[in-house]
Design a protein around this ligand. Structure first.
Ligand SMILES: Cc1ncc(COP(=O)(O)O)c(C=O)c1O
Length: 313
């Protein structure tokens, strides 16, 4: 991610990013008491249009995260999607963009708690290409850091402080020569990547860790399951996944708003399948990118045109 767009949304209005500041004592900065989303907008050169992907689904999840943190988010998901569209338009992008909404305990006060605190909300944007490689397959390592449990910090809520768990795993993975970490639950089952859900291909079936496996229930995860079913005629089984299945599956891929669909060709120094990107992962990538760039009318409801010129596509 690079430089933020000129305009952001803060304190109830669109304002210059350069003027949006928080103080050092801000509760969320000190205690991790915020929650966030990551939304992508895809530029389609042929349409001369920028498409925001599944904004309302992200803001519905943000409302659920806010309930966990007892943050009052005074806009509906539809209103937040409208604000996002307007903000992205104001920033004048002609390229792929990442959108970061952040709801947080904004009060400047010392003391750990969730109650009796003021809440803040902001959205900023930045140009963004691939978060992790998507072309040739990445190398993953199973992390020595276990995925945090639901009764520690609920992982289904996208809580800022929770991402220390992901950051520990990601840095360990990179320093060990991998591209990405795969985290296990306390029970030793596969949970997810540091910022991605995981899918395994076994024969003609997709397998993904069940919702109870301390995952963030990804918007992309849902999209992948729908595309697999509707476009490839492949069903997905949500269940517990043993670590050894990482080594024995035909294909493995990570998915997420940032990660998109990222094929995994090596895990813990073992080849996944033949060690090359598998055919089901490739086909899913093809249909995914067609849908998110507004090229497939069947999935027109997934995307919202920002500029208007592409509204008819
Ligand atoms: C821990 C974690 N899991 C999964 C995902 C994928 O979620 P989504 O597809 O909604 O972006 C993310 C992405 O933000 C994440 O941070």
């Amino acid at each position: 991610m690079s430089v933020a767009g000129e305009w952001c949304f803060f304190k109830g209005q669109i304002m210059p990013f350069a003027d949006a500041h928080v103080g050092l004592m801000t509760h969320a900065l000190n205690y991790g008491t915020g929650c966030f989303e990551g939304i992508r907008a895809y530029w389609n050169d042929a349409h001369q249009e920028l498409y925001v992907l599944k904004a309302e689904a992200h803001f519905e999840r943000m409302h659920r995260s806010c309930r966990v943190l007892r943050i009052d988010l005074p806009y509906t998901p539809a209103e937040l999607a409208d604000i996002t569209t307007e903000l992205v338009r104001r920033n004048g992008y002609r390229q792929d963009v990442y959108i970061r909404p952040l709801a947080f305990k904004s009060q400047e006060v010392i003391g750990v708690r969730l109650h009796d605190l003021q809440d803040g909300f902001a959205i900023f944007t930045a140009p963004m290409g691939n978060y992790i490689p998507i072309d040739d397959g990445i190398k993953c390592g199973v992390s020595s850091w276990r995925r945090i449990d639901d009764n520690m910090i609920p992982p289904a809520a996208k809580v800022t402080g929770l991402y220390v768990n992901s950051a520990l795993a990601k840095t360990e993975a990179i320093e060990n020569g991998f591209d990405e970490a795969i985290m296990l639950t306390q029970a030793g089952n596969v949970s997810e990547g540091s910022a991605e859900n995981i899918f395994l291909v076994q024969g003609d079936t997709l397998i993904t860790p069940a919702k109870g496996e301390n995952i963030l229930v990804g918007i992309t995860r849902n999209a992948v399951m729908q595309l697999a079913h509707d476009e490839l005629g492949i069903r997905t089984v949500e269940r517990n996944v043993a670590r050894s299945e990482l080594y024995t599956s035909d294909e493995v891929f990570l998915c997420g708003t940032g990660a998109q669909i990222s094929p995994v060709t090596e895990i813990d120094r073992r080849k996944v399948g033949d060690g090359v990107v598998g055919p089901i992962t490739r086909r899913l990538q093809d249909v995914y990118f067609g849908a998110v760039r507004g090229e497939n009318a069947k999935y027109a409801s997934w995307v919202r045109p920002v500029l208007g010129a592409g509204a008819s596509h």
